[in-house]
Design a protein around this ligand. Structure first.
Ligand SMILES: CCCCCCCC/C=C\CCCCC/C=C/C(=O)SCCNC(=O)CCNC(=O)[C@H](O)C(C)(C)COP(=O)(O)OP(=O)(O)OC[C@H]1O[C@@H](n2cnc3c(N)ncnc32)[C@H](O)[C@@H]1OP(=O)(O)O
Ligand SMILES: Cc1cc2nc3c(=O)[nH]c(=O)nc-3n(C[C@H](O)[C@H](O)[C@H](O)COP(=O)(O)OP(=O)(O)OC[C@H]3O[C@@H](n4cnc5c(N)ncnc54)[C@H](O)[C@@H]3O)c2cc1C
Length: 633
């Protein structure tokens, strides 16, 4: 083991295993995750990663082991495929959940065990604006079929991932009866027997290469009436339409996946922090004091300033992901029982946190890559591949700006309710104080109050102020004679800013609540330090907001920076131990820089030598192209 990394692991001030258990949701979950990793994947003689049979092997193994829990599927898949995506991601995280949540019982029993599918909602002309989707599904009572049709070039289904060229069970969103409502259809087409279908691949993408994203054009293709997913809405044999309790129930799968993406952003950021911080512990470069040995780059304050707030953010997002999934499970359970009262809040929370966490993690991956210098740009680091695979999460499953505006819609509605004298509960209950003006900034002392509860309060006041400012912008636009829609559009910068601040407050609050639950003194101490670092770092990035909210004075601003530097120094001794607690297996990370043993250079040389370009002393292209050319010169 590299001596630097060995030294970093001595004198631990907290129990790493206990922290890993907290991240997994308990010791039993850690044991189960490791069982899946060690027994069901690494030590499985059939484990054949990287071969053409990998995918079918994985599917059969998941069924053989009876793994159906989304988290356990993800544990298995991420061990099998490492940090990359694989062609069946969409099947597991969108196609199956749609069947689970939108099929009636007969359909469920008929389809779920049997098929692999994709989710074809987006069209060439519309991905965000679902009410603008053009694909039609017209019911023909005479034949008890729906006629599926792509009326325009912009209605061609575009992007469905994992498009299977031979058999096409896919979830469709189409407009069967009216522009405002659309429903889900399962369309099993067996190509090439089924005429009226034009299918293909949309071509090379920025990345996501393991997933074949396709296109699908339908020309009056008929499917049985029974293929409409009929849990919430039905078309009866006589053609009558039974509306769902809410038209937004059709959107349920997107809410589910957005809820998963929050935790996934934490996982991906934790992978990158593991790579960058372990590498920074073994990389020596330049000098701090003339004549002394080159220091570990982790001892540079700027390197700590790049990586430690991201480390704190990774923990924050992992805890936010736990909260999000628990909230999703609770509310979707109520929805299943017909109680839709919290559906708007679930939508607003999942939409906002999906955007907030993916935007932050997306930027953070690049900071981790650049903090590793040239070797960070090598594919051997795994950081370029992680970035390329993660960055579309800011676009898919709800483009981030649009998602933030959906959260803003909920915040504005809540603000208006408070103005009308209603008492709010849940995540927006802090807006009650705005109405009663108890949001007045606390007596701001000359010293920054570092109590975590106080910091949470300051973020709450900042969010409330920005919600009020956005609402005032809309009111001012209306007062200038603008219609409601234009008043909204002319305030969308403020609205996104308010949603971002609301999400930032929510994530810090979840972090603080999780720290409060930690009983082990050592783990509590180091997690409390990270939560403070997360809060103070955000205060440094958004100083203007806190000044504008009156919860920070100009005189206190220097102490924010001073406090930040102190917290960076406090984290430094535990940095490697804190990434060890993420418990990412070398085989899954697949990173020369992030190896657990820290033996980076030896591994990098081996990695380079294994490159296809180094198979022969002289590359065949010399003999094929250059040598004949030289002979002519
Ligand atoms: C631990 C396990 C980890 C697993 C790892 C998995 C991590 C993930 C990794 C990879 C993922 C797989 C790869 C994904 C591939 C990508 C797939 C896709 O992209 S599929 C397509 C996704 N498309 C979208 O998300 C479309 C976005 N657009 C919309 O959702 C809607 O158009 C809209 C923007 C919400 C607007 O809808 P609409 O116009 O109908 O509504 P509005 O007029 O704006 O609002 C009317 C009222 O409706 C409320 N509303 C809107 N949506 C919802 C909802 N979903 N639920 C509840 N309520 C909703 C809205 O709030 C308004 O309410 P009021 O204000 O009127 O009260
Ligand atoms: C890798 C990848 C995989 C995908 N897989 C699938 C899949 O399997 N199935 C599927 O159905 N789809 C899939 N998609 C499509 C994806 O869901 C859409 O790209 C996404 O919903 C964004 O919609 P759009 O492309 O129409 O972008 P647009 O909405 O056209 O966004 C373009 C710009 O317009 C802005 N904008 C749009 N509306 C508003 C508004 N109301 N207010 C302010 N600004 C606005 C956006 O903020 C953005 O800046 C995938 C996409 C990617 C990148």
């Amino acid at each position: 083991m590299n001596p630097d990394i060995l030294r970093e692991r001595q004198n631990a001030t907290f129990d790493i295993e206990k922290l890993t258990n907290i991240l997994d949701g308990g010791a039993e979950r850690t044991n189960r995750r490791r069982e899946i990793r060690e027994v069901l994947v690494l030590n499985d003689p059939d484990f054949d990663y990287g071969t053409p049979t990998s995918l079918p092997t994985m599917i059969l193994k998941l069924r053989e082991y009876g793994i159906s829990d989304p988290v356990e599927i993800n544990w298995y898949k991420s061990m099998y495929w490492g940090t990359g995506r694989e062609a069946l991601g969409l099947h597991y995280v969108m196609f199956l959940p749609t069947l689970y949540t939108q099929c009636d019982s007969e359909q469920f029993n008929k389809w779920v065990p049997l098929i692999i599918g994709t989710y074809a909602q987006t069209e060439m002309g519309h991905g965000t604006h679902l009410r603008g989707l053009e694909t039609t599904a017209t019911f023909d009572p005479a034949t008890q079929e729906f006629v599926m049709h792509s009326p325009t070039v912009t209605s061609i289904k575009w992007w469905p991932g994992g498009r299977n060229p031979l058999f096409l069970p896919l979830i469709f969103l189409s407009i069967p009866l009216s522009a405002s409502l659309f429903d889900l259809f399962l369309s099993g087409f067996a190509l090439p027997t089924c005429s009226g279908i034009v299918i293909g691949d949309i071509g090379p993408k920025f990345g996501f290469d393991a997933v074949d994203n396709g296109y699908l054009k339908l020309e009056h293709v008929r499917i049985p009436r029974e293929n409409m997913l009929m849990k919430y809405a039905q078309v009866k044999p006589d053609g009558s339409y039974v509306k769902p309790l809410s038209s937004k129930l059709t959107y349920g799968t997107m809410v589910f996946i957005r809820s998963l993406i929050v935790g996934n952003a934490g996982i991906v950021l934790s992978q990158c922090c593991t790579i960058a911080i372990r590498y920074s512990a073994v990389r020596h470069q330049s000098e701090i004091r003339a004549g002394e040995a080159e220091p570990q780059i982790l001892d540079y304050q700027t390197q700590q300033h790049k990586l430690f707030p991201l480390l704190a953010t990774a923990y924050a997002f992992l805890f936010a992901g736990q909260y999000m999934i628990d909230t999703y499970n609770r509310i979707s359970g109520d929805i299943n029982q017909g109680d839709l009262s919290e559906m708007p809040e679930l939508h607003a929370l999942s939409a906002g946190l999906k955007a907030f966490t993916t935007w932050t993690a997306n930027t953070g991956i690049e900071v981790c890559r650049m903090s590793c210098g040239g070797h960070g740009y090598s594919r051997s680091s795994a950081l370029p591949d992680i970035y390329v695979e993660f960055t579309p999460s800011c676009t898919y499953e709800g483009e981030n700006t649009v998602m933030m505006l959906q959260t803003a819609r909920f915040l504005m509605k809540s603000y208006r309710q408070v103005q009308a004298g209603q008492q709010l509960s849940g995540a927006v209950s802090y807006l009650n104080k705005v109405h009663h003006r108890v949001m007045a900034p606390q007596a701001v002392s000359s010293q920054l109050d570092l109590n975590l509860n106080t910091l949470v309060d300051l973020y709450e006041i900042r969010a409330a102020m920005l919600v009020e400012l956005a609402a005032q912008s809309i009111q001012q636009e209306s007062a200038r004679g603008k219609c409601q829609e234009d008043s909204w559009n002319n305030s969308t910068i403020d609205l996104v800013r308010a949603s971002d601040a609301h999400c930032h407050y929510m994530v810090l609050k979840m972090f603080r609540d999780k720290v409060d639950q930690i009983e082990d003194p050592g783990v509590h101490s180091v997690m409390s330090t990270l939560a403070h670092l997360y809060a103070i770092h955000g205060m440094g990035n958004f100083t203007g907001d806190f000044l504008q909210a009156g919860v920070l004075t100009g005189a206190q601003v220097p102490s924010v920076s001073k406090c930040l530097k102190g917290l960076l120094a406090e984290v430094r001794p535990s940095a490697v131990l804190l990434v060890d607690a993420f418990d990412h297996h070398d085989k899954m990370l697949n990173s020369v820089l992030g190896r657990h043993d820290g033996n980076v250079y030896e591994a990098m040389f081996e990695w380079a030598r294994s490159s296809p370009l180094n198979r022969t002393e002289v590359h065949e292209s010399f003999h094929k192209h250059l040598k004949p050319l030289q002979a002519k010169l």
